[in-house]
Ligand binder design. Structure first.
Ligand code: TXA
Ligand code: MG
Length: 336
C-alpha cells in the first residue's frame, strides 16, 4: 500500500478525514503520542487497525471525540462524577472507561461491554475527528510491542506501507499515553498511569481513585494471583520493548550512577555496546517527553544493552514513566 504523507494544513486534514469516512486508516498527532485512527463505529475499519499494528484483537481501543458532549453517543451512563472529570480534564490526557452503547462494535472494545473515551488536546487531532464526522478509534501508532510513537518519523518507520495516510505533525508535547481511568464503579480505578495523577483526580471528585493492583511492582506479585491480572487488557502484553536487553537500576542517585558506569565498562570491555537512559533527578515531565524517543534512538544505534536509572516517584508523572520503563525492561531491576 502506498501511504500518503500529509501535512497539518487544512486541505490535508480534509483529505485525511475523507479517508477515515471511507473506512481507511490515518495516523495523526495528539498531545500524548501519535494515534492510528479509524472510524470507531465501523467494525471492518477497526479490524484493519489490529492488522496494521499486529495487535491482539482482545486489546480494546480508545475512542477519540472532538466535542465532550459526543460522549453521550458512546455511553448511556454519564453521571455527575464523570461530568466533573470531563469539565476539568478534557480536552486532555485522561481516558474514561464507561459502559458502552450497543452502537459501539465489540471489535472496537476488544469484546468488552465497556468503551474507553478521550478528547485529545491537540488542534490537528480535533480538526481531523470533527471533519471525519465520527468517533475515531485510535491506539498508539506503533507496531504492537514497540515503544509508542512520539515523532512523525517513528510512525513512518513502523507503519508506512501498511496504512492509508500519516499526518506528519509536531513531536508530541507529553510523550507518554493518557491516564486510563475506569469509572464504571463508584470508586474509579486507574488502569494505566499518565500525566493526570490520582491526586489530581481526587481533588476534582473528592474520591481517591484505586490503582489496578497489577500496576504494583512485579517483584511483590505471586505469578498466578488473580488480583495482579491487569484489568486493562493492553497492560498484560509485552510492551515498549527495545531490541536490546534492558536493565533498570534503582537506588540512591550516586550509587545508580556508579553502578551504570561499572556495568557499562564491564560490558564494553567484552566488546558490547551500551546505551544509557538517565534523566535529571525529579525531571519527570522531561522523562515522559523523551523516554520512548530515547528507546527508539538506542534501537537505531543497535546497542546490545540498555542501562536505565529508575525514577523515584510513587504516584506522579515519574510513576507513570516508571510503569513504561519497567515494562520495557521486562521487569529486570537491579537494586544498588
Ligand atoms: O494517549 C493515548 O491514550 C493514546 C493516544 C493515541 O490517544 N492512545 C493509546 O491507545 O495509548 P492504546 O491502544 O495504545 O492504549 C489503550 C489502553 C490499552 O492499555 C487498552 O487495554 C486500554 O487502554 N483500554 C481501552 N479500552 C478499554 C476498556 N474498555 N477497558 C479497559 N481498558 C481499556
Ligand atoms: Mg499502545
Amino acid at each position: 500500500m502506498n501511504t500518503k504523507i500529509l501535512t497539518t494544513k487544512n486541505e490535508d486534514i480534509k483529505i485525511a478525514a475523507e479517508i477515515i469516512k471511507a473506512g481507511g486508516l490515518v495516523a495523526f498527532p495528539t498531545e500524548t503520542v501519535y494515534g492510528l485512527g479509524a472510524n470507531a463505529l465501523d467494525a471492518d475499519a477497526v479490524k484493519k487497525v489490529y492488522a496494521a499494528k499486529g495487535r491482539p484483537s482482545d486489546n480494546p481501543m480508545i475512542v477519540h471525540i472532538a466535542r465532550a458532549s459526543d460522549i453521550d453517543k458512546l455511553t448511556p451512563n454519564v453521571n455527575k462524577m464523570i461530568v466533573a472529570l470531563i469539565d476539568n480534564f478534557w480536552p486532555g490526557p485522561l481516558t474514561l472507561v464507561l459502559k458502552k452503547r450497543d452502537e459501539v462494535p465489540t471489535e472496537t472494545t476488544g469484546g468488552s461491554d465497556t468503551v474507553a473515551v478521550r478528547m485529545p488536546d491537540d488542534t490537528v487531532a480535533l480538526a481531523l475527528i470533527a471533519q471525519s464526522g465520527c468517533p475515531v478509534a485510535a491506539p498508539s501508532a506503533n507496531l504492537s510491542g514497540k515503544p509508542s510513537s512520539t515523532k512523525p518519523e517513528h510512525v513512518i518507520d513502523d507503519l508506512s506501507g501498511k496504512i492509508d495516510a500519516i499526518i506528519s505533525g509536531e513531536d508530541c508535547r507529553i510523550g507518554i499515553e493518557s491516564t486510563v481511568l475506569d469509572v464504571t464503579s463508584e470508586v474509579p480505578m486507574i488502569l494505566r498511569p499518565g500525566l493526570v495523577t490520582a491526586a489530581e483526580i481526587e481533588a476534582v471528585i473528592g474520591i481517591k481513585p484505586s490503582l489496578d493492583p497489577s500496576l504494583l511492582r512485579k517483584e511483590t506479585q505471586a505469578d498466578d494471583a488473580t488480583e495482579f491480572k491487569p484489568k486493562s487488557p493492553g497492560m498484560k502484553y509485552k510492551h515498549y520493548a527495545p531490541k536490546a536487553q534492558m536493565t533498570v537500576i534503582e537506588g540512591r542517585r550516586n550509587r545508580v550512577i556508579n553502578e551504570i558506569e561499572r556495568v557499562k565498562k564491564l560490558n564494553e570491555s567484552m566488546g558490547k555496546s551500551v546505551g544509557i537512559i538517565l534523566f535529571e533527578e525529579k525531571a519527570f515531565r522531561e522523562a515522559a517527553h523523551d523516554f520512548f524517543a530515547k528507546l527508539r534512538e538506542l534501537d537505531e544505534q543497535e546497542v546490545d544493552l540498555i542501562l536505565a536509572g529508575a525514577l523515584s516517584d510513587t504516584d506522579g508523572v515519574g510513576f507513570a514513566v516508571m510503569n513504561r520503563m519497567l515494562k520495557s525492561a521486562g521487569y529486570n531491576i537491579v537494586k544498588v
